[in-house]
Design a binder for this molecule. Structure first.
Ligand code: FAD
Length: 453
């Protein structure tokens, strides 16, 4: 039976680490010594809510998949259910070939099951190729992986990749179809191919989710900051703003600077940072984690007069063969009624895809000017913003490259052998906030089992 107070260090105070700390407080009780270490001056990682006049807005993640249970359940536990809001139900557009197009419907991350879904976006030769695709038997080895671009471009052609798939992958991963693997990003498609689908059209048809009632996305009325504050308070952890040191074994315990000797450690930092911290106790894990690359991006939030004629759409995604610098616009005051109610327009322009990080480091003025110029090109709006805010996300999103699922399986298997060390975060089982919440919860559950015995 334990006689000393259990001690846990949570490295990384993004949503994954905060959830882990909160769950550990709930399971280990008021006596436990829980320390959160984060080298940034604020907690929250890629979640950040700011006020540029008119009320709070998110400049990192702004939504969550409402059909997954994790975020609504967490908000309910914290007494924040009344914060949940849903989108107005408008659809996004795609900017391609110098004009706006409707977003193809019935696709799997932009991959159509038939030509009619993309008839507005691609040329006749591509439409004919998609229509004929089922006649050419696909060569797929069950269990294998490839980049999304390799598969889609081979079966349907490059225009489908650039105009339908890349814009969606750019939104989720700040990635490109050529860097993202099918098995991690589109597991149902990989499963359909493994099960013997004879063509991509057949595999996409099998993999498409059954339509479900209710909104797909939710958000917090006052932004993610409300959740971060509630988690921080409920975790009642000691917070240290410092760079964590390399993890070392310390008898049956672990040692990490600046916390010292502890019973357990949760590493809720991006993969390359976890690689550095694990270099001593798990060099093989470190080698694999170091190979998971990150994409950087920048968000320019702009408050525009309420009388500008913003398209009646939730956003505009940009094809990668388009001559534009921005990769997407979220028309926030069209997308969310709680933001429309403020009487002004809010637009978020996003820049930066994997491999093109230089754009992110342009000066604020330059990024704002680019956001305004690109918005004028796609919507004709030239009004000056009443306020703007530039948020850079260096290493914002992990790239789920081909082979990612295998890498994560190997990492988790090796970490399981380190009694009292857990990993959590967006590089494991999905980049979205719900998946991060799930990894924080799992890490805390496993640590509780170790510390409480
Ligand atoms: C622009 C953008 C928009 C997004 N939009 C959405 C969206 O709408 N919906 C959605 O579900 N998801 C979205 N995401 C994804 C989601 O926000 C992130 O995947 C998630 O917030 C990551 O959380 P995390 O805790 O795993 O990692 P992070 O937020 O990266 O937190 C890791 C923390 O570790 C700290 N750290 C790193 N190394 C060390 C060290 N050595 N010592 C101490 N501290 C360290 C960092 O400072 C950071 O605070 C978006 C992401 C971005 C970048």
């Amino acid at each position: 039976m334990r006689t000393t107070r259990p001690s846990v260090a949570v490295i990384g105070g993004g949503i994954s680490g905060l959830v882990a700390a909160y769950r550990l407080r709930r399971s280990l009780g008021a006596d436990a010594e829980i320390t959160i270490v984060d080298h940034s001056r604020r907690l929250g990682g890629k979640l950040r809510t700011v006020d540029i006049g008119g009320g709070p807005i998110d400049v990192g993640a702004e939504a969550f998949i409402a059909r997954r249970p994790e975020v609504p359940a967490l908000l309910a536990e914290l007494g924040l259910t009344d914060q949940i809001v849903y989108p107005a139900g408008r659809t996004p557009l795609i900017w391609s070939q110098d004009s706006l197009h409707r977003l193809p419907v019935g696709t799997l991350m932009g991959i159509p099951a038939s030509a009619d879904a993309v008839e507005d976006l691609v040329d006749d030769a591509t439409l004919a190729r998609i229509a004929a695709e089922p006649e050419r038997r696909i060569d797929w080895t069950p269990g294998s992986d490839s980049s999304v671009a390799q598969l889609v471009s081979d079966r349907y052609g490059d225009q489908v990749v650039a105009r339908s798939v890349d814009p969606l992958l750019g939104g989720v991963y700040s990635g490109l179809a050529e860097n993202i693997g099918i098995r991690a990003a589109l597991p149902t498609l990989a499963a359909a191919l493994d099960a013997g689908a004879r063509s991509l059209s057949e595999a996409v048809t099998a993999a498409l989710p059954t339509p479900a009632p209710g909104p797909v996305f939710g958000a917090l009325k006052d932004g993610y900051g409300v959740l971060l504050d509630a988690l921080r308070e409920a975790a009642a952890a000691h917070v240290v703003h410092a760079e964590a040191g390399v993890v070392r074994a310390d008898g049956s315990r672990w040692f990490i600077d600046p916390v010292g000797a502890v019973d357990a450690i949760v590493l809720a930092v991006p993969a390359p940072n976890a690689a550095v911290l694990l270099a001593d106790v798990a060099p093989q894990v470190a080698r694999i984690a170091a190979r998971i690359e990150l994409a950087s991006s920048a968000v320019v939030a702009m408050r525009l007069p309420g009388n500008v004629e913003l398209p009646e759409n939730s956003g505009i995604l940009v094809a990668t063969d388009a001559d534009l610098t921005a990769k997407a616009f979220t028309l926030s005051s069209r997308k969310w009624t709680h933001l429309a109610d403020r009487g002004e327009h809010l637009v978020r322009a996003s820049f930066g895809r994997f491999g093109a990080a230089d754009i992110v480091d342009r000066a604020d003025d330059e990024l704002i000017a680019l956001a305004r110029a690109d918005l004028a090109t796609v919507t004709g709006i030239t009004a000056s913003p009443a306020a703007s805010f530039v948020q850079r996300w260096h290493g914002g999103l992990p790239q789920y490259a081909p082979g990612h699922v295998q890498k994560v399986a190997e990492i988790e298997q090796s970490v399981a052998a380190l009694d009292g060390i857990e990993v959590a975060g967006s590089w494991l089982h999905g980049v979205g906030v719900p998946a991060c919440v799930a990894t924080g919860t799992t890490a805390a559950t496993r640590i509780f089992e170790r510390v409480a015995r």
